[in-house]
Design a protein around this ligand. Structure first.
Ligand code: PLP
Length: 225
């Protein structure tokens, strides 16, 4: 079932990408595994998944210890400052940085481990979707502050749309985030890249891709049904 679901999701990604003149290969599929255990994750990896998304550091540590570095690990939940140590160690990309304080902790920990940590800035485009994230009007300033920290690399933006009854209703949130990403890229802040636009989940990933997402985070469409 996981294999079939994954094939179907991949096809839908490909179709959405084609609608805007892209290829499906340009979109990274982050397989969100917060609801499933290690056996299902292993099945997904056998079926070709290369990127795993987790919301909780404690769960992720267990899964990481069992599965290891054969996949890329993405942190997509709210990162508490007391979990930064583990998060910096196991995650390749942290999608949810929304404050200078959190960025400073990540920077410090990365320096300790002598690595450079890639992060995305989480933008709150919708008050209903999440209480976390920097407001769009504050994103540029926050990114400039963060860009001065050592051993940290801003690689793009992440957002969540609110729960909607039709995917089309999520479009304005994604469009706003893409426009913000373009505006930030145009400022050419040193040490800041706008390479990734992480947006779109099971309910709305095709619309997100049409609006420029090149990283989608999908759980239910792979593991349910
Ligand atoms: C759970 C989650 C997803 C995946 O949602 P699905 O509806 O299972 O596709 C994506 N992003 C974040 C931040 C999540 O918490």
């Amino acid at each position: 079932m996981i294999y079939e679901n994954l094939m179907h999701v991949r096809q839908r990604i490909e179709d959405a990408a084609k609608r805007i003149g892209k290829s499906g290969d340009e979109i990274v599929l982050v397989c969100v595994t917060k609801e499933v255990g290690i056996p299902q994750i292993e099945q997904a990896i056998k079926a070709g998944v290369t990127d795993i998304g987790e919301n909780y550091t404690q769960d992720a540590v267990k899964k990481f210890n069992a599965i290891g570095k054969k996949v890329k690990w993405h942190f997509i939940g709210h990162l508490q400052t007391n979990k930064v140590k583990d998060a910096v160690r196991i995650f390749d990309l942290i999608h949810s940085v929304d404050s200078l304080k959190l960025a400073q902790k990540i920077s410090k920990q990365a320096s300790k481990l002598r690595i450079v940590k890639d992060i995305l800035i989480e933008v709150k485009t919708s008050a209903e979707a999440t209480k976390y994230g920097v407001l769009p009007e504050g994103a540029s300033n926050l990114i400039e502050e963060i860009s001065t920290l050592p051993d940290l690399q801003v690689m793009g933006l992440m957002t969540m749309a609110p729960i909607v009854d039709a995917p089309e209703k999520a479009r304005p949130y994604f469009r706003r985030t893409r426009e913000l990403s373009q505006a930030i890229a145009a400022r050419r802040v040193e040490n800041v890249r706008m390479q990734w636009l992480s947006m779109g989940m099971t309910q709305d990933f095709e619309v997100a891709i049409e609006e420029g997402a090149n990283m989608v985070r999908i759980g239910r469409a792979i593991f349910e049904g």
